[in-house]
Design a binder for this molecule. Structure first.
Ligand code: GUN
Ligand code: ZN
Length: 426
């Protein structure tokens, strides 16, 4: 089945930090889709043909769908919990909530709601932490597969320093992860991420076993947390007294590679930054979470200059919005406090192709290149009265993007397509 989606089309083929020739913009453009894949992108007049159904989104912008490289599926009912920093927040709100995912029916109900939230905010792929219970990952993959939506997800491995109801053991963590990998990794658009939660909640034995999984399944991503909060770092180093630094714990257990996504990566030592660059390990910036939990200010330009590839993500429920637009807004402000500037082209590249590059998935998502999945977001820069007024004074595409970045949220998502399917009622 072919369809033509018409609008003002924008995508990126290179990083705006690296070259001026970084994007393609078509004022009256169109995307030709067949069987959920992009066949061609060009001026509308060149692609229109009798017999091909058309959807006209003018005057809205059409971009590749947003990619969220760090989010916690079992925290849909934790988001917006008051008054704590990381370790208190985990113990007071998060672990008790995640314990509920062992209850019959809870994970499937939350999985549908979670994916609806993602697509209503324009996000078409997410890299998700599930709870410790394999049925949470099972439910998320099941729901994503039913929508033909590309998820990268894994059940967290955690065997200490948390309540009984959210703990596994090195052996059960290995067995459950392996069974999920065998069932889901590479099935349709689903991919598995081996997910030791962080060093505080994993014994050395469990990190060994995570390293074993990484060797057995080198094609899987690995996701964890690194150097988010100063108390967390001090506690971590007390649990691993022989470690040279926080990253060294993951390094000694064989987890470092270009498949590794290190959430937060704020308070880093020189050696850690060097090893991340040398091994290709990715840093993931989580601005709304870092402000909400009072964690600290990510050094985007410093890491990039050192050769580290950076993703950007919501980190719901430590993060406070599902919107990648709001994430870019808060990201802009954090970088302001660092004396760094997030240009709107760099911002929209980051939430699309940049995050796809961080995942090594830019051949299938993050751009509108032929052969990619037709995962699209349609953006309305006049969605609210405040945006409409501000847009009256906007003259360039960069200004329009910046208005979306600063004032936009789910109200600006006119439509989201997952593999060519519209996710919102038209
Ligand atoms: N570190 C370990 N677990 C978590 C989590 O769930 N959220 C955040 N923000 N940091 C973590
Ligand atoms: Zn996280």
């Amino acid at each position: 089945m072919q369809q033509l989606i018409r609008g003002r089309v924008l995508d990126f083929h290179a990083d705006p930090h690296e070259t001026e020739d970084n994007h393609r913009y078509l004022e009256d453009g169109a995307i030709l889709i067949k069987d959920g894949l992009i066949v061609a992108v060009d001026d509308y007049a060149k692609l229109a043909a009798p017999g091909i159904p058309e959807i006209d989104h003018r005057p809205h912008l059409i971009l590749p769908g947003f990619i969220d490289t760090h989010i916690h599926f079992p925290q849909v009912q934790v988001i917006g919990s008051w008054g704590a920093q990381l370790l208190d927040w985990l113990n007071t709100y998060t672990f008790p909530e995640e314990a509920r995912f062992s209850q019959q029916g809870h994970a499937p109900a939350m999985a549908g709601a979670f994916l609806d939230l993602l697509t209503s905010h324009g996000t078409t792929t997410a890299v998700a932490f599930c709870s410790v219970h394999p049925e949470s990952a099972e439910a998320l993959f099941d729901a994503a597969q039913a929508r033909n939506m590309a998820m990268v997800a894994g059940k967290v491995m955690m065997d200490r320093n948390a309540p009984e109801g959210v703990l596994d053991t090195p052996q059960s963590g290995y067995d459950d992860s392996k069974a999920l990998i065998e069932k889901w990794h590479g099935r349709g658009r689903q991919r598995y991420a081996i997910t030791p939660r962080f060093a505080i909640t994993s014994t050395p034995e469990q990190l060994d076993i995570a390293g074993q999984l990484v060797r057995e399944y080198p094609d899987c991503h690995i996701q964890t947390h690194l150097s988010e909060n100063l108390d967390e770092i001090a506690y971590t180093l007390s649990l691993y007294p022989k470690a040279r630094d926080y990253l060294d714990i993951y390094e000694t257990h064989g987890l470092l590679s270009d498949k590794l996504l290190l959430g937060h990566s704020i308070h880093l030592e020189e050696r850690e930054i060097r090893r991340m660059a040398e091994t290709g390990s990715r840093a993931v910036f989580c601005p709304t979470s870092n402000l909400f939990l009072g964690s600290g200010l990510f050094d985007e330009a410093g890491l990039r200059a050192a050769g580290v590839v950076n993703g950007i993500a919501t980190d719901v429920g430590g993060g406070t919005s599902y919107s990648m637009l709001q994430t870019l807004n808060e990201g802009y402000k954090i970088l302001q406090l660092r004396g760094q500037k997030l240009h709107p082209f760099a911002a929209f590249h980051w939430a699309t192709r940049g995050n796809a590059v961080a995942l090594g998935m830019e051949d299938t998502i993050g751009t509108l290149a032929p052969g990619s999945h037709a995962d699209l977001v349609v953006l309305d820069a006049r969605a609210t009265p405040a945006m409409d007024l501000r847009m009256q004074r906007a003259e360039t595409l960069a200004e329009e993007l910046f208005i979306l970045q600063i004032l936009g949220d789910d109200r600006s998502i006119a439509q989201t397509y997952v593999a060519g399917q519209a996710m919102k009622a038209a």
